[in-house]
Design a protein around this ligand. Structure first.
Ligand code: IMP
Length: 442
């Protein structure tokens, strides 16, 4: 075994951070490979709660290297705040973190562009981005002319290049109607000074992570890839255009990290026992009634990054089967089972009805997905709490029946059940033969 991936199978917020933190001590290296500060990974360690945006969730463990690879977009100011917060709590970040010089930077103008353009609607609905400048940064990366990479922060011609791009961005944003304050915040001299300070702080961690990771694979070191967002937000395979700007499904691992497929053996697909979504876009199983509100309150479904209330709904097996296949998932990790302990009955979406036809796949167009009506199977709820259950055998029978039905519909065995936010509230099941990462766990 070399590479294990943790991939969200829904619209993000599947509690991947908890899982990565839990698995990290079994690995040598934790790798972030896409997304940026739009991600919010919460790690709970007893009474300590860590909210991480850029930094891999393995950072709390001694002996584990953490790597931010070329596919990630980094907001240096936010990342330095995150580093300082960890240092203040005694986490030796500089010893444990490496940052790729190929990664792109989310610059102050990207945040402004995101805000100005986010206000525009697609087909009457806003994408509802996190306003973290993610889309504009990836747009500049692909466009190539205005991009700034980590390497530029420590390059000899840094000041000259930053000043030139900043001057052009002032012109572009002036034409987009940005405010005087916004324009002042990206004045060339201001941004040049910021970049000099960022370069100074980040320099000790910057390097060629691609070469370093390839060496690590050849040396047999164990890698854990930490996905951000969820596969339904994948730029190529998600519910476009209501998606993020990176490949957040399993297909993004290799492109973002520079580690080729030959080193990847295990893919853990993480999903909640129900569904949530933040921002705009179709969500067939959304519950806008009291039941949705009950899930939101019991699951504390409010965004880690933006604080926005998450849209909540029943488990969508059609969508998760699609993303599990797309991501090459070998094992499921079913999260937030404790939240469902308080319902008389539960529903699972087993197919959609689209324009009078029963379909069992996710349509490629958001407009069609919006017209899909879920076809549900109703399953009995269970009446005892599961948050203190420590083994699969102690699970209420009806809760296990719910799990088994999800396995059948998605077509992948459940290897992990999560019953609460703490590391201890995790059950490693025996239903997943050949799950190397879990051998000896439980
Ligand atoms: P962006 O990634 O900020 O451009 O936002 C695009 C879409 O992805 C919006 O609907 C966001 O709410 C959603 N999104 C981005 N990051 C996350 C995340 O970490 N969790 C859940 N949704 C996210």
């Amino acid at each position: 075994m070399t590479g294990t991936c943790v991939i969200g199978l829904q619209w993000g917020d599947e509690a991947k951070g908890k899982l990565v933190d839990l698995l990290a001590p079994r690995f040598d290296i934790v790798v972030r490979y896409q997304g940026g500060a739009n991600a919010g990974h919460t790690v709970v360690d007893g009474s300590e709660v860590y909210k991480l945006h850029h930094i891999p969730s393995g950072i709390l463990h001694g002996g584990v290297d953490n790597v931010i690879t070329p596919g990630v977009v980094i907001n240096p100011a936010t990342m330095i705040d995150e580093i300082d917060g960890l240092l203040a709590r005694g986490v030796p970040v500089f010893e444990r973190l490496r940052v790729s010089e190929r990664a792109h930077l989310v610059m102050p103008w990207h945040m402004i562009e995101d805000r100005v353009i986010n206000a525009q609607k697609v087909g009457g609905e806003s994408i509802g981005t996190t306003n973290r400048g993610i889309g504009p940064c990836y747009r500049d990366k692909v466009g190539r002319t205005h991009a700034i990479r980590v390497a530029d922060l420590v390059a000899e011609n840094r000041d000259e290049r930053i000043a030139m791009v900043a001057a052009q961005k002032v012109q572009i944003l002036t034409s987009l109607g940005a405010s005087e304050d916004d324009l002042a915040s990206i004045a060339p001299a201001t941004v040049v000074a910021l970049c000099a300070a960022w370069g100074e702080r980040l320099k000790p961690m910057i390097g060629d992570t691609t070469d370093w990771l390839l060496d690590a694979c050849e040396q047999g070191r164990q890698l854990l890839f930490e996905g951000a967002q969820g596969a339904l937000l994948d730029i190529d395979h998600g519910t476009y255009p209501f998606v993020t700007s990176s490949n957040s499904s399993g297909v993004g691992v290799c492109a973002g990290s520079g580690v080729p497929p030959r080193w990847i053996q295990t893919v853990i697909g993480v999903c909640k026992a129900y569904s949530t979504r933040v921002g705009g876009g179709p969500f067939p199983t959304e519950l806008t009634c009291q039941t949705g509100e009950k899930i939101r309150q019991l699951g504390r479904e409010f965004g880690t990054t933006t604080g926005r209330p998450r849209r909540c709904g029943w488990f969508d097996a059609v969508a998760v089967r699609y993303t599990a296949r797309l991501s090459g998932v070998t094992h499921l990790s079913l999260m937030m089972m404790d939240v469902l302990s308080h319902f008389d009955e539960l529903k699972i979406c087993v197919a959609y009805e689209l324009d009078g036809q029963r379909i069992s796949s996710v349509p490629s167009c958001a407009e069609k997905l919006r017209r899909c009506v879920p076809i549900y199977e109703t399953i009995s709820g269970w009446d005892s709490p599961v948050d203190e259950v420590v083994s699969e055998a102690d699970f209420p029978e009806l809760a296990l029946a719910y799990v088994r039905r999800i396995e059948e519909l998605v077509g992948v065995p459940v290897g992990i059940l999560s019953v609460g936010p703490d590391r201890k509230q995790t059950i490693f099941t025996r239903q997943a033969p050949g799950f190397p990462v879990l051998q000896g766990a439980g």
